[in-house]
Design a protein around this ligand. Structure first.
Ligand SMILES: Cc1ncc(COP(=O)(O)O)c(C=O)c1O
Length: 381
């Protein structure tokens, strides 16, 4: 790594790479062309609206999990706006109604409570319920929507013989960075547990977690599975709403080394980015992000521990080794930092918030946003 890495980009900065985003969109274009399914962008995973003009032509709309996401979807994405909330609030509901083409409820109670609002509103969103398909391949409880006692989605025993009046669709979200075989099993489970309702609905949203853009994902198999299911239920409009997969490996977080502090075991690399503030999934999941040019240290190699810029004791990750000795002022690239990063950052400790920009196909850089003290201050009043 060296000091001249991307000299035209300020550090720290989230950098979206246009060419890589287009590569992912090409995969979803193919899926929608070859399988009877519509794809929405899940804003909870990626809401960088400056890039929506690149994405919009290839997807059918966006999905939102709150009033603010629904507003952003309607303002900046357009097309269909699918809204699902774990629990709608009275204060928000009237504002969500004009925005939503599809409106999904997490419980029958919530639908019953808001049914009169919908019916008297003059708007006609297509109403759905979130179901729990009784299966998830996700082993980390933090990301498993079907864990025992889950608050997300309705289990079959809580639905009567016929669906509540007005319900036209189901949303099932049980995957996370999953493959096509998990999709296949999900569809079988939906048929097994919710089969008797499928003739009563018009659409089935298969949620997110379909990591179709990961190398090795069997897109052909996914297309075959979707087509098969559709043949058995030709009246159903199938939908999916990936977040991660759209922004998967489409950009990085550029950072800079501000200090190096040797200890007897390793060298602490003091960065201008924070794991807890800017890459929280690294600590929550947890996982060790890839750094460009770095590798696993072997015995006897200098070990570098990446230290975040907050003063949280656990704001570090490691260890890493490099071909060359690191120096103050060097720049480091944390790979694959577009999904579930910018949407989750905090301004904890008031540390410099990463800017956001686009690396265009022609190699030029466009700075979309830089944050200032005024942004930090505004969070508190
Ligand atoms: C209901 C729902 N839809 C879609 C998504 C997007 O999932 P992913 O970003 O893993 O594709 C999520 C993620 O939590 C979700 O809860």
């Amino acid at each position: 790594m060296n000091q001249t890495l991307f000299p035209s980009i300020p550090s720290p900065c989230f950098v979206l790479e246009e060419a890589l985003l287009e590569r992912n969109l090409a995969i979803f274009t193919r899926v929608q062309r070859e399988a009877p399914i519509k794809v929405m962008l899940a804003l909870k995973g990626y809401s960088l609206f400056h890039s929506f003009p690149i994405i919009r032509p290839f997807l059918a709309g966006a999905s939102a999990s709150s009033l603010w996401e629904a507003q952003l979807a309607a303002e900046e994405f357009g097309k269909e706006v699918h809204v699902y909330s774990t629990a709608y609030r009275d204060q928000d509901f009237a504002s969500i109604l004009p925005l939503a083409s599809h409106l999904t409820f997490n419980s029958v109670n919530q639908w019953k409570r808001f049914q009169p609002w919908v019916q008297n509103s003059g708007y006609q969103p297509s109403v759905g319920l979130r179901i729990n398909p009784q299966y998830s391949p996700v082993e980390t409880p933090l990301y498993n929507p079907c864990q025992p006692g889950t608050r997300l989605g309705i289990s079959p025993e809580f639905l009567g013989e016929t669906l509540p009046e007005g319900v036209e669709g189901f949303l099932s979200h049980n995957l996370c960075e999953s493959d096509s075989f998990a999709l296949e099993k999900t569809l079988l489970n939906i048929e097994y547990y919710f089969g008797k309702y499928l003739s009563q609905i018009k659409w089935l949203n298969l949620g997110g977690g379909h990591l179709m853009t990961r190398q090795g994902y069997d897109v052909d198999h996914a297309i075959a599975v979707i087509k098969d299911f559709h043949q058995r239920h030709p009246h159903l409009q199938l939908i999916m709403e990936p977040g991660s997969a759209i922004a998967w490996q489409t950009g990085f977080l550029l950072s800079q080394i501000e200090d190096l502090i040797p200890t007897s075991e390793h060298i602490n690399v003091m960065l201008d980015v924070s794991f807890t503030g800017h890459m929280p999934d690294c600590l929550e999941m947890p996982y060790k992000p890839e750094i460009r040019g770095a590798f696993e240290p072997e015995n006897g190699q200098v070990r570098y521990r990446m230290g975040g810029s907050s003063c949280l004791s656990g704001d570090f990750l490691g260890d890493y080794a490099f071909e060359q000795e690191l120096k103050v002022g060097d720049r480091l690239i944390f790979e694959d930092m577009m999904h579930y990063t910018m949407v989750k950052t905090t301004m904890f400790n008031g540390v410099t918030h990463p800017a956001i920009g686009l690396l265009k196909k022609d190699g030029t850089f466009v700075l979309w946003r830089q944050f200032t003290y005024a942004d930090y201050r505004a969070r508190m009043g």
